[in-house]
Ligand binder design. Structure first.
Ligand code: GLU
Length: 441
């Protein structure tokens, strides 16, 4: 944290120097170093930088960092206005269009940089949204709700519950679809969570994020958002899905099933891939092309079943050569109800883990096996290791993604405390997360 919110990001020497002249972000300041003077608007800076640089925006528009020393003179020469973003007037709502609610939870898609100060702020109020993507008013009548302003690494199962309840409330209000704007890092987990928490959906619930914020020329925010709103408004499916670029170009947006999607690239716009499944649809311009016939149909007469409870007493352990099996014992002793092992290949962990797994199962902990390979199914009948693990009580997870399995078990133990019922629900397909056959390609 910076030492002062008003001097956001500044610490130490720079902070003291600015405090002395009572400068605030946005003020016009003049820095004199020897024969050089620099005049510009004081802007926020990274909290993780050194303590000696002051960042100003010059009249030319360029931002520069000036290193200060005890000899540097700094003066405040003008009081800055508080930065404000004035959105253009809202476009007219077209009464004949479907109604879509956009629930914002944070992440890059819900941020914009204020270029006067350099700060990032949430920008997903209705008016901001229309100003960023005015085309939305031709697709749907939009209502927006800011639920959280979080980077998605800070989202927890309690937030999934809140999201599920917020969606249910929007559906009860009669919307034709819901879009959830979300940080991309854990968007797959949230999409899986809502796939279990929102059953028998009458309308689509489409997560959307962006890899590049809306103020960058290469931003994917607008095209992803338009596709997500179009899918929410018109798509024939009524499931939880994720809408993100299908390729690096802007031409098509893939709609992935919420239980089958993973962020596979740190920065590319086509980071999201469906795992062991096809995307369910593709959006190109104003067209939605279904890529499978196997989907839950939109039907406004369906009654939503809201099951929003999750338990955090579930762990995921990735096996690696040299792992200390005591980590399994630790989770068991912490009162964990289920452990997902992310094993090698077809679903293996080394024999050094067997004793701890036996102990876990004996203590009534559900132990399940997913694969750390990205593609393919777990098959624990091929090698001795797999057979022996099954004999210990480990449950193979077929073609379920490890993170979906963790979310599913968190949801399961939010519904029941019975181990038998938990096993039954785990092996049952609830939201397209597990299939009898897996596409080879
Ligand atoms: N790490 C942040 C998040 O997942 C920002 C990145 C993003 O939105 O894609 O929310």
């Amino acid at each position: 944290m910076s030492e002062n919110e008003e001097l956001s990001g500044y610490r130490g020497l720079a902070f003291e120097a600015l405090k002395k002249i009572e400068a605030e972000i946005g003020d016009l300041i003049c820095i004199t170093k020897g024969t050089q003077t620099y005049e510009g608007i004081l802007i926020p800076r990274s909290e993780y930088g050194d303590e000696a640089h002051i960042v100003i925006k010059l009249r030319s528009g360029y931002n520069i960092g000036v290193q200060i020393t005890p000899e540097t003179r700094i003066e405040k020469i003008g009081k800055g206005e508080k930065p404000a973003f004035v959105a253009p007037p809202l476009p007219e709502q077209k009464p004949a269009l479907p109604k879509v609610a956009i629930i914002s939870t944070g992440g890059t898609i819900a941020s914009r940089v204020d270029y006067r100060t350099g700060a990032v702020r949430p920008a997903l109020s209705a008016s901001d949204l229309y100003s960023v993507v005015p085309e939305l008013s031709n697709i749907a009548r939009i209502d927006t709700q800011i639920l959280f302003s979080l980077y998605s690494e800070n989202i927890t199962p309690a937030h999934w519950s809140e999201m599920a309840k917020a969606v249910a409330a929007q559906i009860a209000n009669g919307v034709d679809g819901v879009v959830i704007a979300h940080g991309t890092d854990t968007m797959g987990y949230s999409a899986a969570a809502l796939s279990f928490a929102l059953q028998n959906l009458p309308v689509p619930v489409v997560f959307v994020g962006s890899q590049r914020s809306s103020d960058r020329p290469s931003s994917d925010a607008a095209s992803n958002l338009m596709a997500a709103v179009l899918a929410a408004a018109q798509a024939p499916f009524a499931e939880v899905a994720v809408a993100m670029h299908e390729t690096t170009s802007d031409i098509s947006i893939a709609i992935h099933r919420g239980t089958r999607v993973r962020k596979c690239h740190t920065s590319r716009r086509d980071a999201f891939k469906s795992i062991n499944a096809q995307p369910i649809a593709r959006v190109e311009g104003d067209k939605i092309l279904m890529l499978t016939e196997n989907y839950q149909k939109r039907d406004s007469s369906k009654k939503l079943l809201l099951k929003p409870s999750f338990s955090e007493k579930v762990a995921m352990i990735k096996f690696y050569p040299g792992i200390n099996p005591a980590v399994i014992d630790w989770y068991v002793d912490e009162g964990c109800r289920a452990i997902v092992l992310e094993g090698t290949g077809l679903g293996h962990v080394g024999r050094r883990c067997f004793e701890s797994i036996r102990r876990a199962v004996d203590k009534g902990v559900l132990v399940a096996m997913a694969s750390q390979c990205v593609w393919g199914r777990v098959n624990m009948n091929v090698y001795d290791t797999g057979r022996d693990l099954q004999a210990l009580g480990v449950i193979p997870l077929a073609d379920m993604m490890a993170e979906t399995a963790v979310v599913k078990l968190m949801w399961i133990f939010g519904q029941t405390s019975s181990l038998e019922e938990a096993k039954r629900l785990l092996e049952m397909n609830i939201a397209g997360e597990i299939a009898d056959r897996t596409l080879y390609n």
